[in-house]
Design a protein around this ligand. Structure first.
Ligand code: NAP
Length: 272
C-alpha cells in the first residue's frame, strides 16, 4: 500500500493514479478532498491533510495505519511555491514556505516512520532542482528544497539496517498546477528588483508551462518502489535542466553563475 501526499494535482496525482493502476492500495492527500471539481479520487481514496498542521498530519497518517497496519511506500509530494525578492517577501510568507515544504515533510515522515520500518518500506521525498541550483526570486522555495535534501541525506544514514529506505527525487520543470498556485510578493513598479524579478519569474513560469509530463515522474517513482536499493538522489525533467545540473558540477562556480544570469535574464540594475 502507498500513501501519497499532495495527490489532488500534478506530480502527486499522476503518481497516486499510476500506483493504484499497478495494484497498490493508495491513499492520497489533499487539504480539501471534497472539492467538487476534482476527479482525483477516481482511482484511490483521498483523505484530508494540511502539511502545516500537526494534528491534521497525525490524523491522516493514523487513519492509514489504523486501516492498513503498515505503510509500504510514502511519497511526499505536497508543496507550494513562494516567489519574490528576498528583501520584499514578508518573513511570515518565507516561514510559511518552509513550514509547508520542509516541516510538512518532517511531520509526515515522523508520523509514518514506525509504519515504514515495520514493513521495510520506501520513502520518496520530492525535492527540486531548485534545491541544488540557484533560482533567483525563489530563494525561500529553493531553501525549503535544499533543506529536504539535507534531511533525506541524514535520514538515509539513520535508517541503515532498519529495512526502510529513503530517497530524494529532484524534478526539473513539469506541467502541473504549481505555476498557477505560486504566490508572488513584492516587485512593485518602483522596486529596484521589478525588471529582473518579473523577467526571471516569467522565464520560470514559461519553462514550467512547457515542462515535462507528470507521468514521467509517476513512472520513475513506481520503478523506485520496485528497486532493491535506492540511490540517495534521482533527477528528472527536461534534458537541458538535467544537463545544467551536470555542468554545474563541472564548471567553475563563477562561470556557472554567469550562465544562470543569462538564462534568467538578470541584468545589473543602475543606481539601485
Ligand atoms: N511542477 C514542477 O515543475 C515542480 C518541479 C520541482 C518540484 N516540484 C515539487 O513537486 C511537488 C508537487 O507539486 P506539483 O508540481 O504537482 O504542484 P501542484 O499541481 O500544485 O500540486 C501540489 C499538491 O500539493 C498539495 N498542497 C499544496 N499546499 C499544501 C498544504 N499546505 N498542505 C497539504 N497539501 C498541500 C496540493 O493539494 P491541495 O491543493 O488539494 O491541498 C496538491 O495536491 C511540490 O513539492 C513541488 O515543490 C514541482
Amino acid at each position: 500500500m502507498a500513501l501519497v501526499t499532495g495527490a489532488s494535482s500534478g506530480l502527486g496525482n499522476a503518481c497516486a493514479t499510476l500506483l493504484a493502476k499497478r495494484g497498490y492500495a493508495v491513499y492520497g492527500t489533499s487539504r480539501d478532498p471534497g472539492a467538487r471539481d476534482r476527479k482525483a479520487d477516481e482511482f484511490f481514496e483521498l483523505i484530508r491533510l494540511e502539511s502545516s498542521d500537526d494534528d491534521s498530519v497525525s490524523t491522516a497518517v493514523g487513519y492509514v495505519l489504523a486501516k492498513e497496519g503498515r505503510i509500504d511506500a510514502l511519497v511526499c509530494c505536497a508543496g507550494m511555491g513562494v516567489a519574490g525578492p528576498v528583501e520584499e517577501t514578508p518573513v511570515v510568507e518565507a516561514a510559511a514556505q518552509m513550514d509547508v515544504n520542509f516541516m510538512g515533510v518532517v511531520r509526515v515522515v515522523r508520523a509514518a516512520l514506525p509504519g515504514l520500518r515495520a514493513s521495510g518500506g520506501r520513502l520518496v521525498v520530492v525535492g527540486s532542482l531548485a534545491g541544488s541550483i540557484a533560482v533567483p526570486y525563489q530563494a525561500y522555495y529553493a531553501a525549503s528544497k535544499a533543506a529536504l535534501a539535507a534531511f533525506v541525506d541524514a535520514l538515509r544514514l539513520e535508517l541503515v539496517g532498519m529495512g526502510a529506505q529513503a530517497t530524494l527525487v529532484e524534478p526539473g520543470d513539469f506541467r502541473t498546477g504549481f505555476t498557477a498556485s505560486r504566490r508572488t510578493f513584492g516587485l512593485a513598479d518602483d522596486s529596484p528588483y521589478a525588471d529582473n524579478g518579473r523577467r526571471a519569474i516569467a522565464v520560470m513560469a514559461d519553462s514550467e508551462r512547457h515542462g515535462a509530463d507528470p507521468i514521467l515522474f509517476a513512472r520513475l517513482v513506481t520503478a523506485l518502489l520496485e528497486k532493491r536499493r535506492l540511490a540517495p538522489r534521482y533527477r528528472l525533467g527536461p534534458w537541458p535542466q538535467r544537463a545544467a545540473m551536470r555542468l554545474k558540477d563541472l564548471l567553475p562556480r563563477r562561470l556557472g553563475e554567469a550562465l544562470l544570469k543569462a538564462y534568467f535574464r538578470i541584468y545589473s540594475v543602475k543606481g539601485a
